[in-house]
Write a protein that binds this ligand. Structure first.
Ligand code: NAG
Ligand code: NAG
Ligand code: NAG
Ligand code: NAG
Length: 317
């Protein structure tokens, strides 16, 4: 009995020694420098900096992309969006940075004005923008975010988008270069609330003679090219129309645009979500109620307040 215990103890001692040896070996072979240099390796003094360390190889793409994401109250979606985009775009040789255009004023959400503001704030350092919904994740690596030299490139084409399939659709994800966005005077500032601003932008592009191109011969379809992470039952879209909003927003706007978006940039926050660097711009939009009284519908001074069940795309624009 005693002999049995002795041999058992000896066995455990050997096992212990073996494990200790194994662990020391593992420690020995791992690289010494685990913390990498987080410094700006390319040494450029951009206003907003680069999203990641640029090696020589990625510097060869000379155009810089600003991903502009209009935003309000969608933190859960942002937590998914940011790391997804980083992983997705890592496979492409791009120099990009993500900007969250955070509307902090009390007015209704204005996606188009936020994009105008984002553009004005970054145009010094970036050559093209991606107007990007926060709830639409590209899933197919054939979707490229390259510099759209000849005209706007609509990544979320109606043939691929999970929901919108009409031929003039340019919402979701649209790449536009700096020259073209300036040429059409950006987007209209009249679209407070959800919808139609992208259709108006399509008319601007068309009138300027710019041809929108889209991904060709993509191997996936409407169900598996993008992932739509918006939970519609949880977050209701603001489809209210008040005053004469419905009439006005069906027409091409020749009054407002990039050259007269009225706002204050009240703060700039650099943050990192799961290793993805991004910049949040706190934007306070101003509303001229003599032009767009519908920037606040809930104030009961509106003569007509009509709720729309579903966005009706205007074909007449
Ligand atoms: C990086 O690029 C510069 C100039 O383009 C070149 O002179 C240098 O050799 C490159 N370094 C490496 C490690 O490739
Ligand atoms: C797409 O496929 C068609 C037919 O298969 C081909 O003619 C066309 O050149 C392709 N387009 C691109 C952009 O690869
Ligand atoms: C934008 O310009 C138009 C005239 O082109 C003017 O009617 C409008 O008040 C301006 N809007 C703002 C917000 O400055
Ligand atoms: C940005 O806006 C948020 C929400 O209004 C606020 O809590 C935060 O302090 C602002 N940050 C800066 C730097 O302005």
């Amino acid at each position: 009995m005693k002999v049995f215990w002795k041999s058992l103890r000896l066995k455990y001692i050997f096992i212990c020694i073996f494990i200790t040896f194994g662990i020391s070996c593992l420690i020995g072979i791992t690289p010494i420098s685990i913390d990498e240099c987080k410094c700006d390796a390319n040494g450029t003094s951009n206003h907003y900096g680069s999203h990641r360390i640029m090696n020589n190889k990625s510097r060869k793409s000379k155009h810089r992309l600003a991903i502009l994401v209009p935003f309000r109250d969608r933190f859960e979606e942002l937590l998914i969006f940011a790391p997804h985009m980083q992983k997705f775009l890592a496979k492409q040789d791009l120099d990009y940075h993500i900007f969250i255009l955070h509307q902090i004023d009390r007015y209704r959400f204005n996606r188009a004005s936020l994009i105008n503001v984002g553009f004005l704030e970054v145009k010094k350092d970036f050559d093209y923008i991606a107007m990007h919904d926060v709830d639409l994740l590209p899933m197919n690596n054939e979707l490229l975010y390259n510099y759209p030299e000849k005209g706007p490139f609509h990544v979320s084409s109606p043939e691929l988008h999970p929901r919108y399939h009409y031929p003039t659709f340019v919402g979701g994800i649209l790449l536009v270069n700096r020259g073209h966005f300036t040429l059409v005077n950006g987007m209209s500032n009249k679209y407070w609330g959800w919808g139609l601003e992208d259709d108006e932008f399509y008319v601007r592009l068309k009138e300027a003679g710019l041809k929108v191109t889209r991904p060709q011969n993509v191997s996936t379809g409407t169900q598996n090219t993008f992932k739509h992470i918006h939970d519609r039952s949880h977050r209701k879209r603001d489809m209210t129309k008040c005053f004469n909003q419905r009439e006005v927003t069906r027409k091409r706007d020749r009054q407002t645009g990039l050259n007269n978006v009225s706002y204050k940039l009240t703060g700039t926050i650099k943050m990192t979500i799961a290793d993805t660097a991004l910049t949040v711009l706190n934007i306070s939009l101003m509303c001229d109620k003599s032009i767009t009284p519908w920037c606040e519908c809930d104030k009961m001074d509106g003569p007509t307040e009509v709720k729309q069940k579903e966005r009706k795309r205007s074909e007449s624009m």
